[in-house]
Design a protein around this ligand. Structure first.
Ligand code: FES
Length: 151
């Protein structure tokens, strides 16, 4: 068995449950998460939602702090492009996330930051996106800051 497969199997056996922090815009993805709940669409209990007025309000330091405090993954979920209630907040957030992704890659946290765009009506998409993200992080294992092996 290859080393990678052995490590993956070991992580599965350990029953690793990632802690995932999601900064969700009040106007769209927070409502989408709510809709998912109301519609009885399941999404993983690993997701800890922090409601923000706009993803443009999420300072990169908030994201770094979440990792420092034990998050295995962080995501931002904002309004669809062109639909931000503050016009360009989600576009600023998208650019910040892209820059931060490349910085995180350099310190061994690559693949642990994501951004989604969705409307309040996209409860199903919220459930699917967060489920897929959780599965991906389970395969990656714990954050190196939490004792994980890293990439
Ligand atoms: Fe939703 Fe700006 S108001 S991302």
């Amino acid at each position: 068995m290859k080393k990678e497969k052995m490590e993956e199997k070991k992580k599965e056996e350990n029953g690793f449950e990632p802690k995932i922090v999601g900064f969700c815009c009040n106007w769209c993805s927070y409502a989408a998460a709510d809709l998912a709940g109301i519609s009885r669409l399941k999404y993983p209990p690993n997701i800890r939602i922090i409601r923000v007025p706009c993803t443009g309000k999420v300072d990169p330091l908030y994201i770094l702090k979440a990792f420092e405090l034990g998050a295995d993954c962080v995501f931002l979920a904002g309004c669809m492009e062109g639909e931000c209630h503050y016009l360009t907040g989600n576009l600023y957030a998208r650019d910040r996330v892209e820059r931060l992704k490349s910085d995180l890659e350099k310190v061994g946290l690559g693949g642990r930051l994501e951004m989604f765009f969705m409307s309040a009506a996209m409860g199903k998409e919220f459930a699917v996106a967060t489920t897929d993200l959780t599965e991906r992080i389970k395969k990656m294992g714990p954050s190196p800051l939490n004792g994980g092996l890293g990439e």
